[in-house]
Design a protein around this ligand. Structure first.
Ligand code: MN
Length: 252
């Protein structure tokens, strides 16, 4: 039986979700939609929790997977990671998660591990390569759209225009997409060897991709809520799995 590509999926980490356990127990967790989207695309999800104080964790994780999915968690990178101080009251992600994501991006690109980065994961892709973030779209982008939709994420919130000839335009075979939007930050200065592949009507960067020899695409929206209703969104996961599948013989 053919082996499925192992797709490492970074989990979230949170303290204090179950009151009956005292409300202060750390939990690793993940919206199951990410896992189901990988499965539906023919991949085998392998969950990667942020390691506690282990800088070697990213290297060991990378050695065990064929591809990577960076997920969104609704919390922010420390602006120090891109050489800034906080201009707003940000909700920072745990240091272990930030360290893991940034190390995974650099390790994946160095070792040829394909990478799909969603929402906050796309921001990690950019920052890991030396880029910066717009810390609060509503305050720092003139005439910005509402990027924090209030209705269900299965409902698209705004269009994005794709850059012709980009990886994203070719794999979706689209010029525009209708996407959901659940983010307060976005890409500012682009990281090295990255290009923009989609923008919102207000100019906010909605997708980026790597120009080097490794397949790496980031989108600011949540395709795990839009597939399978929108086949173009399913193709993001299918392409990640196909790119990763090519690495299976090398790992075994
Ligand atoms: Mn948006």
């Amino acid at each position: 039986m053919a082996s499925r590509a192992r797709i490492g999926v970074v989990t979230d980490y949170h303290v204090g979700t179950l009151e009956r356990h005292g409300g202060d127990e750390p939990h690793v967790f993940l919206n199951a939609r990410y896992v189901r989207a990988v499965e539906a695309a023919g991949g085998r999800p392998w969950l990667l929790p942020p390691p506690s104080g282990d800088p070697a964790g990213a290297e060991e994780y990378l050695a065990g997977v064929d591809g990577l999915l960076l997920t969104g968690c609704g919390r922010h990178l420390d602006p120090e990671a891109y050489g800034e101080t906080p201009r707003f009251d940000l909700t920072l992600m745990p240091q272990a998660k930030q360290a893991l994501e940034l190390a995974l991006v650099n390790g994946a690109l160095a070792q040829g591990v394909p990478l799909l980065a969603l929402c906050g994961g796309m921001q990690s892709l950019n920052v890991a390569l030396g880029g910066s973030l717009i810390q609060r779209i509503a305050a720092e982008v003139p005439h910005a759209l509402e990027h924090m939709q209030q209705d269900k994420a299965t409902n698209p919130a705004h269009p994005v225009t794709l850059v012709p000839g980009s990886i994203l335009a070719r794999l979706t075979e689209a010029e525009t997409l209708q996407v959901n939007s659940s983010h307060t930050q976005s890409v500012g200065r682009l990281g090295r060897d990255l290009v923009v592949s989609a923008t919102a009507p207000d100019g906010v960067v909605e997708a980026i991709e790597y120009t080097g020899p490794v397949w790496a695409v980031g989108v600011q929206w949540h395709p795990e809520y839009l597939y399978p209703a929108d086949p173009a969104q399913a193709r993001l996961f299918q392409t990640l799995v196909a790119q990763s599948k090519a690495r299976v013989p090398a790992r075994r």
